[in-house]
Design a protein around this ligand. Structure first.
Ligand code: C5P
Length: 316
């Protein structure tokens, strides 16, 4: 086959707790990650030039090494140089960007995951999902999750995954101000400055928190597919630094809560905010009410849903 089309979903965090500092400079996290039905589409097409060519119409998407999709192709070429040199040639990667950029939705990570999956197929490498996820961890903390998607507890930097019962079909409204972008390194660094004194210092303490999450209310609610209970258990430590710095994001979150969302939370390092709803009709009504009340041309809103697939591939 000479080309594949990959569907690459965004993620939200139903839970994100920062436990402490790791020796590698990252933070030790315990999270519940969830794919949603808002997807980029990525075509990977074999070329004979030997080059990686990246194409995307979106003005904020870099077409260089700054893009995880580009780095994913470099990584695969480096790892599988023999195959690349003799058989594969280069690759043309075309990204149709639907997931907002710098939004806390893993938009860049999921494109990188799609390129790994796509090149595995294009070059007929036969790598398994765990092997792809190991490569993915070198590209970014969220990339391994993006490969398999679904609902998972993520620990370590976010790359150690423990899949749990998949949620599916729960309607959500997602919102992001087009003119607000949050830098993930800034969010974590600011959190460290403000809350680092409270970090758990030892690995045994981290293990205890992970076990508490495993047996706690959120995981039980997910197992029962109880959306009211899930909505009450949403949590994100990074809200403590992002919401005070970006009052419009706080206002958006308040607006969702005031108009009847059963739960609302910022995703990842933000600034996107999601609201869990009882039904698609309620989600449509909520989207309309929030758009009307905030009345801001920079505010983008989507009605979407929680969904289980990770990267999906089809032959072009
Ligand atoms: O892994 P990724 O490239 O997505 O991380 C982006 C940045 O977020 C890191 O450079 C780091 O500043 C911060 N981060 C962290 N701890 C994590 C994940 C990310 O401090 N577990």
């Amino acid at each position: 086959m000479s080309a594949y089309l990959l569907t690459a979903p965004a993620k939200i965090n139903l839970y994100l707790e920062i436990l402490g500092d790791r020796p590698d400079g990252f933070h030790e996290l315990v999270m519940v990650m969830q794919t949603i039905d808002l997807c980029d589409r990525i075509e990977v097409r074999q070329n004979r030039s030997g080059e990686i060519n990246l194409y995307c119409q979106h003005p904020e998407v870099p077409l260089t090494e700054n893009n995880i999709a580009y780095r994913a192709a470099q990584l695969m070429m480096g790892q599988f140089a023999d195959i690349y040199g003799e058989i594969a040639g280069g690759v043309d990667i075309t990204i149709e960007k639907n997931i907002p950029v710098a939004a806390g939705l893993a938009g860049g990570s999921t494109d990188g995951a799609a390129v790994l999956v796509g090149l595995n197929l294009l070059w007929d490498l036969g790598l398994t999902q765990p092997e792809l996820q190991e490569l993915a961890a070198a590209l970014g903390s969220d990339v391994p999750f993006c490969i398999g998607g679904g609902t998972a507890i993520a620990t370590g930097r976010g790359e150690i995954l423990d899949p749990i019962t998949d949620l599916d079909g729960i309607p959500i409204v997602l919102a992001k101000y087009r003119n607000i972008a949050v830098s993930t390194p800034w969010a974590y660094q600011t959190y460290r400055e403000q809350f680092g004194n409270g970090y758990i210092r030892d690995a045994a303490g981290w293990q205890t928190r992970m076990k508490q999450l495993h047996s706690g209310g959120l995981i039980q609610a997910i197992q029962k597919q109880d959306r009211q209970a899930i909505a009450k258990e949403l949590y994100n430590d990074l809200e403590k630094v992002v919401l005070p710095a970006f009052p419009k994001v706080q206002q958006l979150r308040d607006c969702f809560a005031n108009h009847g969302a059963i739960g609302t939370m910022m995703s990842g390092s933000g600034p996107s905010v999601f609201a869990i709803c009882e039904s698609r009709d309620q989600a449509e009504a909520l989207k309309h009410q929030v758009a009307q009340e905030l009345n801001d041309a920079d505010l983008e809103l989507w009605v979407t849903q929680i969904a289980s697939p990770g990267i999906q591939a089809e032959i072009r």
